[in-house]
Structures are given as C-alpha cells and as structure tokens.
Write a protein that binds this ligand. Structure first.
Ligand SMILES: NC(=O)c1ccc[n+]([C@@H]2O[C@H](COP(=O)([O-])OP(=O)(O)OC[C@H]3O[C@@H](n4cnc5c(N)ncnc54)[C@H](O)[C@@H]3O)[C@@H](O)[C@H]2O)c1
Length: 270
C-alpha cells in the first residue's frame, strides 16, 4: 500500500494496459479516476473498488475533447482534492497506406493525433497547475518501442509476413504521434523538474491487449501470443517508476522489449 491516499488519473482504463495500471495503482492504495470512451469503464471501476485498496471511479470521456478532459480532472479534484499521478495511456491504432485517399488520411490524422497526441497534451497541461501547487507529481506517457533503440525482433514466418509484413508500412500516423510524445516527455520534464514533478514514458513492445490483437487482424499465432508482454508487467513498471520517489529518474523513455526481462533498467541505462 505504498501509494495509499495518493490520487491517480489513468486514461483509457477499460481494457488492456490502462486497466492493468488502474488495478495495480488501486491495489497499492491509490484512489484512481479513470476515463474511457467505452461505457464498460464504470463497471471496471466498480469491480476494482470492490476488491479493497483505493477507490476507483470511472467516467466516460474522450481524451481528445477538452471539455471531457477538464470534467475528468474536476472529478479527481472534487472527489479527492489533489492529483499526484497521471498515466496518459489512451491511444488508437489504425491500418492505412500512404496512398490512401486524402479524405481518409485526414480523418485518420484527426483521430490518431487527436487521441494519442492532443489527448496526452491536454491532460498533461491540465494537471500541471495542481501538481505545481502541491510541489510534487508524476506524469507517465505510454509510448512505444518504435521510439527507442531496437532490440532484435523475433523472425517472422512466411505466414506471419503475409498478415502483418516485416516492418509494417502502415503506421506513419501512430509512429508520428508517439515520436511527438517524446517531445512532450522531454520538454515537460525540464519545465517541471524544479517543481518536484517527474515525467517519463514507457516504450513497450508487443503487449497482449485488444489493440495488439486487432493489429493481427484477430488471427494472432498462439506461439507468438506466448511471447507477448503481459499488461500486468507494464503496470508493474509503472509502480516501480513511482516507487523511485521524488529523486527518481525524469525525462526518460524506458524501453520494454519482447524477449527481454521486463524491469526498470538502472537509471544510467535509460
Ligand atoms: N499493446 C501493445 O502492443 C502496445 C505496444 C506499444 C504501445 N502501446 C501503447 O500502450 C497504450 C495502451 O494500449 P493498449 O494496447 O492497452 O490499447 P487498447 O486499445 O487495448 O486499449 C486502449 C483503451 O483506450 C481507450 N481509448 C481509445 N481512444 C480513446 C479516447 N479518445 N478517449 C478515451 N479513451 C480512449 C479504448 O477505449 C481502450 O479502452 C497505448 O498508448 C498504446 O499506444 C501498446
């Protein structure tokens, strides 16, 4: 219960990595406000609250909409009076090719950048006044292994290549949104360092969630699934980062690759 009485906001907490983070934070005693587009979020919150630990409250909200973002933050302030932790997790991924019609490209640009970048930007900027006033806080951006130096990937069989390709060429928008997060992580960590606020990103490889399963077009290979990182392992990384305390690392992209041990690396290796 090391996070007892702290207050966390987790975006996109209905399924996948977000849900695992909500569960792990509440189990450590944090009170959690979690938002999601899926109405399921309210059920998830009730279920996690019933397990003891911190209180979890769910709110249906779209991270790309400023009014929804402010409503989520107001809920945290009204219910618990402070905000200690923000996990910027909600994101979307979509198939596209570089010669898609411009109208489709623009629609996907708005959706992917709106969620993955503007959503993180809005939430980050909106929690900062509370954190600055408190003189403490933690912001964790969920990024991807695309933005950190590569580790060897498992070779793909011809059958797998037919489904997803060697280096999927249809991720320009998702990739760009996550590289932009590195900019937010680095700028915010510098701007907030003197206020006792740490800002880091977790840059994970393939993790078993609805998003990854959709990437495999609903047909992941069983042997491949066994290699995937589990959402709870990413949630554990989040807890380990928080447990470093006020003197912990900041401004870091922390890699987590399939086929390697999933743990917080020594500070000088991040
Ligand atoms: N799963 C992976 O292999 C993987 C790899 C690298 C990075 N990531 C990152 O980890 C994070 C979590 O991914 P995941 O795999 O758990 O995804 P997921 O799709 O399984 O879950 C994401 C959740 O976010 C919600 N969401 C989407 N758009 C939203 C919006 N506009 N407003 C509010 N909620 C919204 C969804 O409803 C869903 O509940 C994302 O930032 C993703 O980019 C995942």
């Amino acid at each position: 219960m090391q996070l007892k009485d702290t207050v966390a906001i987790v975006t996109g907490g209905a399924v996948g990595i977000g849900r695992a983070c909500v569960e792990a934070l509440a189990a450590e005693g944090a009170n959690v406000i979690t938002c999601d587009l899926r109405p399921l979020i309210e059920e998830v919150a009730d279920d996690l609250t019933s397990r003891g630990g911190g209180k979890v409250q769910g709110i249906v909200a779209d991270v790309s909409e400023p009014e929804d973002v402010y409503a989520t933050i107001d809920l945290a302030r009204d219910q618990f009076g402070r905000i200690d932790i923000l996990v910027n997790n909600a994101a979307v991924w979509a198939d596209h090719t570089v010669n898609d019609p411009q109208s489709k490209a623009l629609r996907e640009y708005e959706e992917i950048m709106g969620t993955n970048l503007r959503g993180c930007f809005l939430f980050g900027r909106a929690v900062m006044p509370s954190m600055i006033e408190q003189g403490s806080g933690n912001i964790i951006n969920m990024s991807t292994y695309y933005v950190v130096p590569p580790k060897p990937l498992m070779p793909r069989t011809p059958e797998e290549l037919a489904i997803v390709g060697e280096r999927p060429p249809f991720t320009d928008l998702y990739s760009a949104s996550k590289f932009a997060l590195t900019g937010l992580t680095q700028s915010w960590s510098g701007a907030l360092y003197g206020h006792g606020i740490r800002v880091n990103a977790i840059c994970m490889g393939e993790t078993d969630t609805p998003m990854l399963r959709s990437y495999w077009h609903g047909r992941p290979f069983p042997y491949r699934i066994e290699t995937w990182i589990k959402p709870a392992q990413i949630a554990k990384l989040v807890l380990d980062l928080l447990h470093e305390g006020p003197e912990g690392r900041t401004g870091q992209n922390i890699g987590a690759w399939v086929g390697t041990p999933i743990h917080l690396p020594p500070r000088d290796e991040t």
